[in-house]
Design a protein around this ligand. Sequence first.
Ligand code: GLN
Length: 219
Amino acid sequence: MSAHRPTVGVLALQGDVREHLAALTAGGADAVAVRRRSELAAVDGLVLPGGESTTIDRLLRVFELREPLRERIAQGLPVYGSCAGMILLADRLLDGGAGQETLGGLDVTVRRNAFGRQVQSFEEDLPVEGVTGGGDDVRAVFIRAPWVEDAGPGVRVLARVGAGPAAGRIVAVRHGGLLATSFHPEITGDDRVHRYFVAMVRSQGGPPADRPEGTTGTG
Ligand code: GLN
């Protein structure tokens, strides 16, 4: 990993891959699509995009990426999950599809499609801890989004819904090298969440498992 531009992958089985690649590039990473085990082994961090978590779950098995990805998460790979990606990172899932499993790693209970069928999508400007500082709020776009129903003691809550019937619901969290948002910053042209994740990768990422120690910079 170069000190300035770590290699950050986007899981490219389904979902809004292109938008994340663009936001990561703007956010300071060398962004690459990940579909193969060899590609997964070569990244310093990974984004799990929004899409349909039941489909991504199925494709992870078809592409034989589920176990290698679980392994890399267990080894400390920094991962950012947006929307469906948040669902995939959750240790516990409510309202999952039939037979749906998550990758896990993040000590949270996530409720899928939590905002209700009548609320397909909505937007709200939100302060996000560590991301917005004293600056402008992030435009949070929620599309059939999950929320975090319950977070373990080590999990830092970065944002909550501010108003309406879901006010107070947790929609952004971080635990160590794992980051998750219910919303989609990749579609608004605001790269601050991706920039925040790239900084996490720089500061927390160890060398990928397939490269010997010492062949990569440490940041
Ligand atoms: N509802 C979707 C799911 O269950 C997530 C929606 C999204 O990623 N925009 O995966």
